[in-house]
Design a protein around this ligand. Structure first.
Ligand code: FRU
Length: 468
């Protein structure tokens, strides 16, 4: 569809669809969600002149993975976000089948977007171009066209440019599937953002001792944290294990040292970033105050989309809350961005045996829990969290025709911070050592109920809506 036509239809979809979407009792009140249609990856996350920008993969015309545009929000506090003009709409010959994921940098004082133009052919084949678009005076973005066609030796799946500045050059990582169906991350360099040189493959299947590690790696992100390099990536094609890799696709990270000149990345093992049901394609940025912030998509491609009750209201998926990253003993920790504390209403505290706990409303709430033994917590019948002293188990009861499904985090649990918003929970374990992010769909006015003989200390705050 050409750009103008798509935009006209998007306006129509918004006008007719928004009143319905806003009536959805499962609509988040402080998370980012699409006005109508489908949201997936966060894109172009950046702070410029004090203003945070978050772009996102958006299909305004339906709840399926087509017509991918870049929606755009901005904020000065990471809490209240304002809609901006839609940044990218597919339709040019180099992005006819979607303006796919990418990132943002500031070049010559302006925001420059790097994204993937996805092109599909009638015979089912496809190609991809890495493209640029530059901020204009109206707050919109002008496409500058492709700067990189498919590199030789790769399939049509080469995408999701993450660009950053290091010393005197620009660098880019790309996710790729090679001609032998091996997932890879490519490193490229440019002096001017326009002409790119492929330096090599820095991670992937059969590289650096990884063995078979998936047929495609999506959405790479590379950054330095506490003197190490962290490579976030989303491998597709990992076989599920007992307690790991249980989502359809994984999001995780490798830490190590990148030799920019040799394009060599010596890294340790792959760790999942999140042990919950929904988390994928996260993107990070360096805030002006030096924090490394992350936002993820609280969804997973091809996972359970048809079951989401929000479809009846014409929208699907949300972002995670913004998180602060730190590296502790080689492990990536995630904590809710400190700004979120400003949403807290009047707090209350409780201590005692779990079985005697009164129950707390968790429609939009934050709960801190310090357990002292095994316990179980029910979030309004749709989801249960239990700890037996060794294994934390999250059970969802009401998505796949009431069939219970489980996710796990193994280890000593000394502290839990849980953020609830209408149809999601993000559970931060031991101040960010682990996270479980999940959508769940409780009945009206869900309450947290505890059970077990363990002694617990709990703090509860209602969270004030800021995204209605
Ligand atoms: C990840 C992803 C990206 C792609 C985008 C398309 O969820 O598949 O690789 O650029 O979504 O929407």
């Amino acid at each position: 569809m050409e750009e103008l036509n798509l935009m006209k239809q998007a306006v129509q979809a918004l006008m007719t669809g928004m009143p319905l979407a806003l009536r959805d009792p499962h609509r988040p009140v402080w998370h980012l969600a699409p006005s109508v249609g489908l949201l997936n990856d966060p894109n172009g996350f950046i702070q410029h002149n004090g203003v945070y920008h978050l772009f996102y993969q958006w299909n305004p015309l339906g709840c399926d993975h087509r017509n991918k545009c870049w929606g755009h929000w901005q904020s000065t506090d990471l809490l209240n976000w304002q809609h901006q003009p839609v940044a990218l709409v597919p339709g040019a010959c180099y992005d006819s089948h979607g303006c796919y994921s990418g990132s943002a940098v500031v070049a010559d004082g302006k925001i420059m977007l790097a994204y993937t133009g996805n092109v599909k052919y009638p015979d089912g084949s496809r190609t991809a171009y890495q493209c640029l678009a530059l901020e204009n005076a109206q707050g919109g973005y002008d496409k500058l066209g492709p700067v990189l066609p498919l590199p030789e030796g790769y399939s049509g799946h080469v995408r999701d440019p993450k660009v950053w500045r290091h010393q005197d050059s620009w660098y880019m990582v790309l996710g790729a599937r090679d001609l032998q169906d091996r997932g890879k991350v490519l490193l490229l360099r440019s002096a001017d953002l326009r002409s790119w040189q492929l330096l090599g493959e820095i991670a992937g299947t059969q590289l650096n001792g990884m063995g078979d590690f998936g047929y495609m790696w999506e959405c790479p992100d590379l950054f330095t944290l506490a003197d190490a390099e962290v490579l976030i990536c989303c491998p597709q094609g990992l076989a599920a294990q007992d307690e790991r890799y249980l989502n359809v696709y994984q999001a995780g990270y490798l830490t190590g040292k990148l030799d920019y000149r040799q394009a060599a990345f010596e890294h340790g093992e792959f760790h999942e970033l999140d042990a919950g049901f929904e988390f994928y394609a996260p993107q990070t940025m360096l805030a002006e105050d030096g924090r490394r912030l992350l936002v993820g998509w609280m969804g997973v491609p091809e996972q359970d989309e048809a079951c989401h009750p929000t479809l009846q209201y014409g929208w699907i998926h949300t972002m995670t809350c913004p998180r602060e990253l730190s590296l502790q003993n080689g492990k990536l920790y995630q904590q809710p961005a400190r700004e979120l504390q400003r949403l807290r209403g009047e707090g209350s505290q409780w201590q005692g045996m779990a079985d005697n706990a009164p129950g707390w409303p968790v429609g939009s709430a934050e709960v801190m829990l310090t357990p002292n033994g095994a316990f179980s917590a029910d979030f309004g019948d749709a989801m249960t969290l239990s700890w037996d002293g060794a294994l934390l188990r999250l059970t969802r009861n009401n998505l796949r025709n009431g069939q219970p499904e489980h996710r796990y985090w193994r280890g000593e649990v000394t502290h839990l911070q849980m953020l609830f918003d209408s149809s999601s929970v993000e559970i931060f374990i031991n101040h960010g050592e682990g996270v479980m992010s999940s959508r769940y769909f409780p009945g009206p006015q869900p309450r947290l109920r505890l059970s077990g003989e363990a002694q617990l200390a709990l703090e509860h705050w209602p969270l004030t809506p800021c995204m209605l």
